[in-house]
Design a binder for this molecule. Structure first.
Ligand SMILES: Cc1ncc(C[n+]2csc(CCOP(=O)(O)OP(=O)(O)O)c2C)c(N)n1
Length: 327
């Protein structure tokens, strides 16, 4: 099992903190009525995005979901431009017209968050096909939830990606629920990796809240894709600490005690903190300094977003269609 260096662990710690801080701030802003649109928080699932994206280069691609902020930050998305997008400002990644569920950035290979469940899966395969035809070493990664693995497009894409041996990694984030439906009520299987052998590709399940386990499994899957070995289904067992979206108290389909237990036992940031302090000789002070530095950076991101202009009504139809729109 490959193990990250201490520097890589510190990098992953930083990224998980960046995500957690962003999500906590977004939640507070939304609840105080400052953000338009919808919000699905990724809190508790940070290790999956970070443990996978640490293996990707700028030129590699990801496709994301409605719960996408963590994937985007892990892939190199900037928190100031993401926050500006959430505030619907012109400095946002989509000039304020996309919002949380549509953030995309060609420069960093972010092919988009996506409000349609499962819709990012074939986009990643398409990007992987393009890389293969162009003869580059690029890899595409698709993130999606357990609910998305019941969509027809999941099966069609895995089949074709296997047949064409595409450089793609399918990353399922099994956070145990599809909206208010527990996994046991939407599919008979528990281990989603068992779907991989039907397409003759490797399927691996790891503890998605242990960034070191995700790191090792993703290392293998990304290397396989990059070296021409075709796709992998990587199933990360995780847990959503918050409601499905910001307005969901999450009390009708799971017990408060279950959530508290998960938070106590499986917080991915706390787990990496323990490894860093107990095994890698990093002091609590060093970690607190990283947190403080990132909190300051987030403050600037918020200022940037709030002080940015709103889109003008006359620009409403610009950037929506290929080519220019004549009035
Ligand atoms: C095609 C489609 N069907 C239904 C919905 C409504 N919907 C939004 S999120 C969601 C649940 C998705 O669950 P999962 O894929 O497990 O992701 P999670 O929310 O758990 O991260 C559903 C059904 C949708 N957005 N798109």
């Amino acid at each position: 099992m490959s193990k990250p260096s201490k520097d890589q662990m510190l990098y992953m710690y930083r990224k998980m903190i960046e995500i957690r801080q962003f999500e906590e701030a977004a939640g507070t802003l939304y609840q105080s009525g400052q953000l338009p649109g919808f919000l699905h928080l990724y809190i508790g699932e940070e290790a999956t995005a970070v443990g996978v994206c640490v293996h990707l280069q700028d030129e590699d691609y990801i496709t994301s979901t409605h719960r996408g902020h963590g994937h985007l930050i892990a892939k190199g998305g900037r928190r100031d431009r993401m926050m500006a997008e959430l505030f619907a400002r012109t400095t946002g990644y989509c000039k304020g017209k996309g919002g949380s569920m549509h953030i995309a950035d060609k420069e960093t290979g972010i092919l988009g968050a996506n409000g349609v469940v499962g819709a990012g899966i074939p986009l990643a395969a398409g990007a992987a096909l393009s890389a293969k035809l162009r003869g580059t070493q690029q890899v595409a990664v698709s993130f999606f939830g357990d609910g998305a693995t019941n969509q027809g497009i999941f099966h069609e894409t895995l089949n074709l990606a296997a047949v064409w041996e595409l450089p793609v990694v399918f990353v399922c984030e099994n956070n145990r629920f599809g909206m208010g439906t527990p996994q046991s009520e939407h599919q008979r299987i528990e281990d989603i990796a068992v779907r991989a052998p039907s397409y003759d590709i490797p399927g691996v399940t790891v503890d998605g809240n242990d960034v070191l386990k995700v790191y090792a499994a993703a290392d293998e899957a990304v290397t396989r894709a990059r070296e021409g070995g075709g796709p992998t289904l990587l199933n990360c067992d995780t847990y959503r600490f918050r409601g499905h979206h910001i307005g969901d108290p999450g009390t009708s389909y799971r017990d408060r005690e279950e959530v508290q237990e998960q938070e106590r036992q499986r917080d991915p940031i706390r787990r990496l903190t323990e490894v860093l302090t107990e095994e890698e000789g990093v002091s609590e002070d060093e970690l607190s300094a990283i947190e403080a530095e990132l909190a300051k950076e987030l403050e600037s991101a918020l200022e940037f977003a709030k002080n940015s202009p709103e889109p003008l009504p006359e620009d409403a139809l610009n950037d929506l269609y290929a080519g220019s729109i004549q009035p």
